[in-house]
Design a protein around this ligand. Structure first.
Ligand code: ATP
Length: 305
């Protein structure tokens, strides 16, 4: 397997005069979970469909597992798995029967019981598809994507509509895929999902990549600062100088962004002890991927050519 599962250079795609993808570079290492994030219409589906070989590019170079997906090479198709938002399957078959049917389409399918275990459907092995919950059906979609034992799996919004515990289970399933050495290309609108699962993310806006790297390393223009939050009871004395000048106060809520949290916290907590002020709900946070994302995807005033 090449070290890079996906290598994209200067990719462009236009639909007539709509320039959906405007020259992007993307590298995905073999064995990593990579997440492509971006607002509606940013160019995610276009990019993913080009990688999957379902759409022709306008320009640039694309290599997936060492092949150009634009050439429709059958041997490449057997090495990638695609999990779309909805897979139409025969609802009167059982889970095992459905997976087995798809296994039959591939030269080297993954053993049935292993697939069922990876997706956590052991207890539903003999249940009919129509009796599965929504979350269980999504797991079955992933199981189908694994039927041919692909090296690279494309997962399109795998947890949309899940309740919180079903999402945690699905995350566990995606971690299982990584353990198996699979490369996972994940599109999601949930930032916490990307933050928890992805080794690296890329954020695409208006057909251009605006940030790429491990989720914790991405830094937006104003997001490099630690956020200190607390509740200041009414009638409290004025905050010490450095805190007062940086604080955004809404009612009792105080929010301070700082590049030097240690010094500022020392000043604030010392002041609170001296003045016997209770700092309610005190929290100190790094900017989340969601904050960085919102910062980077905020619409600009000027038009993008
Ligand atoms: P979403 O999050 O809403 O699914 P996306 O990031 O996947 O969005 P794309 O579907 O790739 O975005 O669309 C990118 C741009 O290309 C949009 O402006 C869209 O209207 C346009 N577009 C997509 N497919 C076509 C098409 N077949 N013909 C013309 N324009 C298209």
């Amino acid at each position: 397997m090449p070290d890079l599962a996906i290598d994209v250079r200067a990719l462009t795609k236009s639909y007539g005069d709509v320039h959906a993808v405007k020259g992007i570079d993307l590298q995905v290492d073999a064995g990593e979970v990579f997440s492509l994030l971006g607002p509606n219409g940013a160019g995610k589906t276009t990019t993913v469909e080009i990688l999957e070989g379902h759409r022709k590019r306008t320009g640039g170079e694309v290599s997936v597992l060492g092949h150009d997906p634009g050439k429709g090479d059958r041997s490449l198709k057997a090495r990638i798995g695609i999990v779309l938002q909805e897979t139409g399957v025969e609802r009167f078959l059982t889970v095992a029967e459905v997976i087995d049917r798809f296994r039959g389409y591939y030269p080297n399918p993954r053993p049935l019981d292993e697939i069922i275990e990876v997706v956590g459907l052991q207890e539903k092995r003999d249940a009919r598809v129509r009796k599965l919950s929504g979350g269980q059906q999504r797991r079955l979609d992933v199981a189908i994507g694994l039927a041919g034992d692909p090296e690279l799996l494309f997962l399109d919004e795998p947890t949309t509509g899940f309740d919180p515990s079903a999402r945690r289970n699905a995350w566990e399933m995606i971690r299982n895929l990584k353990q198996l050495g699979k490369t996972v290309f994940l599109t999601t609108h949930y930032m916490d999902e990307a933050q928890n699962l992805a080794d690296r993310v890329a954020i695409i806006v208006g057909g251009r990549i605006v940030a790429q790297g491990p989720p914790g390393s991405l830094v937006g223009p104003d997001a490099a600062k630690t956020a200190i939050r607390f509740r200041l009871p009414q009638g409290s004395p004025t905050l010490p100088g450095a805190a007062a000048s940086a604080a955004a106060i809404t009612g009792e809520q105080v929010l301070i962004h700082t590049a030097d949290p240690v010094t500022l916290l020392h000043a604030i907590t010392g002041w609170a002890l001296d003045n016997e002020v209770a700092l309610g709900e005190l929290s100190v946070n790094q900017p989340s991927l969601e904050e960085v994302y919102l910062e980077l995807t905020r619409p600009k005033e000027e038009a993008d050519p």
